[in-house]
Design a protein around this ligand. Sequence first.
Ligand SMILES: Cc1cc2nc3c(=O)[nH]c(=O)nc-3n(C[C@H](O)[C@H](O)[C@H](O)COP(=O)(O)O)c2cc1C
Length: 388
Amino acid sequence: MAKSGRIHNVEDYRGLAHKRLPRAVMDFIEGGAEDEITISRNKKGFENIHIIPRILTDVSVRDISTTILGTPVSSPIVLCPVGLATLAHPLGEVAAGIAAANKGIISTYSSSSSWNLEDIAAASSGVKWFQLYIWKDRKLTAEIIERARKSGYQALVLTVDVPISARRERDLRNGFTIPPRPRVNQIGDLLQHFGWFYAQLKSEITGHKMSMGNFTPENVGMRTRLKMLEVVNELFDPSITWSDVAWLKSIWDGPIVIKGVMTPEDAKLAIKAGADAIWISNHGGRQLDGVSGTIEVLPEIANAVKGKAEIYLDGGVRRGSDIVKAIALGANACMIGRPYMYGLAANGAAGVESIISILEIEMDATMALMGRPTIASLDSSSVRINMK
Ligand SMILES: Cc1cc2nc3c(=O)[nH]c(=O)nc-3n(C[C@H](O)[C@H](O)[C@H](O)COP(=O)(O)O)c2cc1C
């Protein structure tokens, strides 16, 4: 748990991150596409679900552990792939991996991670999934998959909601680049966040350099990392279709999770294509603005999937009770993105661990108070949907 007695929930950690990070970095983490309507729908969707409490049921023995794709885990919380995590803390994905392993949960690492996938694997003894983009260059894609296999990543999470990278206007206004190249009018803000600036500078000079670790001058032909973001944005392939999932299955024999499913139709197609799990996501509102909140589409997708694949959900999960609601409506696990970035920014690996603990404590309390003491005891009769 956090050092200060005033830090009790994810929102408190958001406040700490806000103090620690320069404006442009906080905007990069917080921001979404265009008007950020979907970001607020993700959060609002949970508010519209009412928990139905049952009384006088023995809740003295409670258990939030479960299994995800056959892996026993201490709770149904998984860390989302979040690119460029060193912006929050120089140890970035390495710190997240250590925290996930200590907490006994699964963590997913982005193709656009700051640390390379081998370094992350070496640092974390936990169960790791690799998030894949199918790049225009299939040879590069296949090479990265092979590296992930060799490094012991147990599942591939194929993100399918980025045919192109979306317009995130906060980043456009801030002139966000990797590595950051502050404008003159941002220097004052940087100096106000000197702790962050100093840690990044130290890491840049003596340790890990701000970059996207899986890409090198050799594999993407990049002569200078100053243009990294532009080069990587050019790699996204707007032509991918279900036939590319078949290609993926032909070169990867482990589980495949499809991340970015938002409709029952696509959930069925994903199962037909051989996906082991459906990851309901709108990329935390960072891609297509105007789509529904993820929890709003969960019931219809669960109804279509009919237990043929596991179902995961991310987007706006900020309380343990949100996870309880999603499980009641048919999810096997919930994934968190921004919440653990707040923990990372505030206090590195210990901050990430604290965020996971907070959500687990909240889950346990919610389940005790509603009279459903185990994951298996949660079902659709535990909640009422009150969509407005
Ligand atoms: C800063 C940031 C970077 C992200 N990078 C990736 C990425 O590289 N690949 C990916 O599949 N999703 C990425 N996501 C989306 C997350 O995996 C996840 O879908 C989203 O954050 C969930 O919503 P939440 O932040 O409200 O928990 C990113 C999200 C954030 C906030």
